[in-house]
Design a protein around this ligand. Structure first.
Ligand code: CA
Ligand code: CA
Length: 355
């Protein structure tokens, strides 16, 4: 029997450790610490150039949306799908027909062939794609991003995606069933700062939820607390509430979450702190992306996710013509009194152009 000195084993282990930390230059010139992430540098570039067209526009918004819709097909008690597994694409013939997924087929026609071309799973292209999409939106955090999800094996049942017309209690119960606290739901809703509606009032397709849909700022949290006075389109659609400005669309669920005692103070807390909002959102998005998985069985490729440009502001502002008097206060803490009002007269918020 050959005896192996303990120090030799230790050296072997150290050498392996060093080997995995040596930087690798990928074919496209990207330098990575983990060579397994080179595949993902190429996926990133394809997404940015050919799906997102380099902007925080409709396709970036839709990719962040599908990340939620795919992942939330999950329950901590089982029976509601395997979470962030790409089932919304693999079983698209079923899941894309659910009413809550109306319009998602558009982004699937971009993501599915891209995943096939790069030989990556649909669960990965959706969650990785969401992180890349966010990197194009000024103010967005760099979300910790894992890859290596296997292909989906089961379809998620209908009814896992909260609807904008659901009561707050129903929405909070569904999120709790998937493992999320009310504050985490509010954090995830920062995504509505870079979002627009398409299917609730189709003739005004692209009408955004805040006045800055190309920036991941905290305007959503301020603007949803403003008193609603008008409908931007036909009005009275299921899941719609009155908004404070022409062109802006308000989801009934956003309106109610901003005014409910269980969520109002978290909602208001994000009005004064872009960084707190971005940090809470980032944590919640990573948690969402891991539903149905363990991070220990995946690979962390955050290093190939670009850092988004900084937000132009750290605090929200009142849109022109609005001020503190138009706030519908819900949290017992006072609404911040130091926010400025945009100069000029009120103008309609433009739609997000179709890509
Ligand atoms: Ca799924
Ligand atoms: Ca915004």
């Amino acid at each position: 029997m050959i005896s192996v000195p303990l120090f030799a084993l230790a050296l072997f282990g150290t050498a392996n450790g060093l080997a995995t930390k040596r930087a690798t230059t990928c074919a496209d010139g990207t330098t990575v610490q983990n060579a397994a992430c080179c595949t993902w540098a190429a996926v990133r570039d394809d997404l940015i150039n050919n799906v997102f067209e380099g902007i925080c526009g409709e396709n970036a918004h839709s990719t962040i949306r599908i990340a939620f819709h795919d992942a939330i097909g999950f329950s901590t008690s089982g029976g509601k799908g395997n979470g962030a597994d790409g089932s919304i694409i693999t079983f698209g013939a079923t899941e894309l027909n659910y009413a809550a997924n109306a319009g998602i087929d558009d982004i699937v026609t971009d993501l599915q062939p891209l995943a096939d071309a790069h030989k990556v799973s649909y669960g990965d292209v959706i969650q990785f794609g969401s992180s890349v999409a966010l990197s194009l939106c000024p103010g967005a955090p760099q979300v910790q991003t894992f890859v290596g999800r296997p292909n989906a094996t089961i379809v998620a049942p209908d009814g896992t995606i909260p609807n904008p017309f659901d009561p707050v209690t129903t929405i909070l119960a569904r999120m709790a069933d998937a493992g999320f606290q009310p504050a985490e739901l509010v954090a995830l809703l920062a995504s509505h700062s870079v979002a627009a509606q398409d299917q609730i009032d189709p003739p005004i397709h692209g009408s955004p939820f805040d006045s800055t849909p190309g920036i991941f700022d905290n305007q959503l949290f301020l603007e949803v607390q403003l008193r609603g006075t008008l409908f931007p389109g036909s009005g009275g659609n299921q899941g719609e509430a009155e908004s404070p400005m022409q062109g802006e669309f308000r989801l009934l669920s956003d309106q109610e979450l901003a005014r409910d005692s269980r969520t109002a103070c978290t909602w208001q807390s994000f009005v004064t702190s872009q960084s707190a909002m971005a940090s809470a959102f980032s944590k919640a998005m990573t948690k969402l992306s891991l539903l149905g998985h363990s991070s220990s069985s995946l690979t962390d490729c955050t290093e190939v996710i670009p850092k988004a440009p900084a937000s132009p502001r750290s605090q929200a502002f009142f849109p022109a013509g609005q001020n503190l008097n138009n706030i519908e206060q819900a949290c017992s803490a006072a609404f911040p009194k130091t926010l400025s009002t945009q100069a000029g007269t009120a103008t309609a918020v433009p739609v997000v152009p179709t890509q």
